[in-house]
Structure formats: structure tokens, C-alpha cells
Design a protein around this ligand. Sequence first.
Ligand code: SAH
Length: 364
Amino acid sequence: MDLRSLTITELRERVARAGEPPFRAEQLFRWLHGPGAGGMGGVRIPHAPSTVPRALRDALLADAPLVPLALDRTVESVDGTRKFRFRTHDDRAVETVLIPDDKQERSKLTLCISCQVGCAWGCAFCATATLGFGRNLTAGEMVEQLYWAMESVGQKPTNIVFMGMGEPLHNLDQVTRALSIIEHPWGAGLSPRRLTVSTAGVVTGLDLLGKVRPLPNLAISLNATTDEVRDRIMPVNRRWNLAALLAAARRFPLGHHRRVTFEYVLFAGVNDSDVDAARLPRLLANIPSKVNLIPWNPVPGLPFERPSEARVLAFQNRVRRADLPVYIRTPRGDDAAAACGQLAARLGETPAGFFDLRITGHVS
Ligand code: SAH
């Protein structure tokens, strides 16, 4: 395993086994994840300066070498959204999206991290699904997406969402490590309230996520109000149906004043009817919830359509209740194929519309 995928507890164990004093673990963690030697976030090169003695570093790196991501391309959308494409050590492509607040008032900066190469779950409307499953990313590869993004904009994101390529609950061990590293004050130090894990509905993983401390926020990609429709567009529903999924959401140990975010991608003529709008709040009864409506972002070759703006607004109005906030997630970065469900990186391929965009970097 990559040295950067180890939690502070594991680093302490390794330091102890090497017969070194405990404070070396803090130095190591700061070297691997803190600002300093390797740039804004963590070391990227094994020979970067450190307070940790060279011999100890070399011994630990021999067991767990750094496995870096290489920045392959950066594309910036006209709305300021930036998509990074990385190349892994085994030549896989991974994408990460950095989304500045469109209202600019509170300078919110959200980073959308990928946790797998491709995805196994086969959602009919999602570009990542068309890639099939490649492999799990390590926690090191996840935190490095953050460090590259921080270096690129000279700023730490205010929020991180595990909503890029892949299913976080299908790689929960590494996602949990990444969360603990990102939260640690010696690293990026983001509050768990600023971190969100999103799932297509892997119920066994949901119960395990409920045991993680500190708890991140939970988002569930619901996308349908009947099993008949959900079975069709999200094969995961054939394994855990709506009743099983919502029961798991109901028993999820939400913190005080916290809500589960239900993402609901709107497809014209599939799940955007008034009947759906009436059913949705009933399904979420007894779960402190909020709903994010996402008008479908086109993926070439997939047989869906985005509803009209009027239909999206009407749907929102019907779903909204005093105790159920409903937001419309306006597409961000869709000209750069960086919007929800459009991540489908393949190395060597030019993203759709690439030449119309401002290319902010090209490293190979
Ligand atoms: N596998 C996890 C994490 C990915 S999040 C999950 O499903 O939650 C990606 C989000 O984008 C999900 O809410 C998904 O429903 C949504 N999505 C996928 N394809 C989309 C598309 N083409 N347009 C809009 N949203 C899409």
C-alpha cells in the first residue's frame, strides 16, 4: 500500500515498529499530507525535504512506496468549473472536478473526487458506467486529487464530495481512510461536516458507513419513485430495492440537525411526472431529508432527455414542503463534460468540446 494511504494510527504503528519515537509519526503525516515540502498539500516526491530522518523515510517507503498521480490535462469551463484528468501509475485515467460557487457570495469551492476507475453498477444514464469497472483507487490517489486541485488554484476547497467516478460504498475501506486523512488537522483539516459521500444505493455499505466516525454527510442517488423505473435505470435496485434503501437511510445515524441529501436526476418522460413529484416526499417521510434535483446532463449515445426548464420548476414546486427543502442543481461545467454523470475519462481522448475551451494546463 501507498504510504500516503495510511491513517495516522497506522503510521504510528509503523514508526513504533521501526523503533522510533512517537513524534516521528506526526512529522511523517505532515510531510505526506500537510502544507510544505511538496507544495500546498503534501509531499509529491520522496526526496522532498523533511524533518523525518532519511533512513526512517527510506525504510517506510521501501514497504509502502508513494504512488503518484500525474496531471494529464486541465480543462476549464466558461463557468469557472475546472476538470482535471490524471494518469495513474498503471496508465488509467481519473477525473476530478473543482466547482466554484456560482453566486460568489461566500466563496464556496467544492471538489468532486473520484474513488474508482470506471464503475461496476451500470446506471443507464451515467457516462462513467459506460466504462465498466476498472479498479479501486487508493486513499492516496484520492487525497492526491485534492492536493493537485489545491495547488492549481492556490486555495483549499471548502467542501469535498465523493461524487466523481465510481461508487464510494464499493470502496469503503479506502474512502474511509481518505476521509480520516482529509479531516486531520495536520493535513487539509476539513471538517467532516464539509465532506459528503454519495451512493447509488449499496445498502450493506450504507450500514457500514453509519459506523464511521466522525460521520461524513450522506447523499443517496434516488432518481426514481418506483421500483419498476429504478430497476430499469439503476441495476443496483434489483439487489436492494427502494424499500430496502429507504429503510437503510432511516436507520442511518444522522447527527443533530443533519439531513440526508437525496439526489434526483430528472429525465423527460421517465421520472418527471406530477405523480412522481407527489410520491417523492411520501417516500422520504420520516427521514430528515433535502432533495437535489439534477436535470440530466447529456451523455452521447444514451437514450435520455433533459426535461424543459418549466417542467423542472413545476416538479420542484410540487415536491417542496415546509420540512423538505428542494434545490435545483444547475448544470456546472457541462461544456467541459465536467458536470454530474459526464465523467468518462480515457487517456489519449479529447474531451467533447475540448478545443472550444480554455486549456489551462497540459502535462504529460
Ligand atoms: N456512485 C455514486 C457516486 C457518483 S455521484 C452515486 O451514484 O451516488 C454521481 C451523481 O451524478 C449521482 O447522483 C448520479 O445519479 C448523477 N448522475 C449520473 N449521471 C448523470 C447525468 N448524465 N446527468 C446528471 N446527473 C447524473
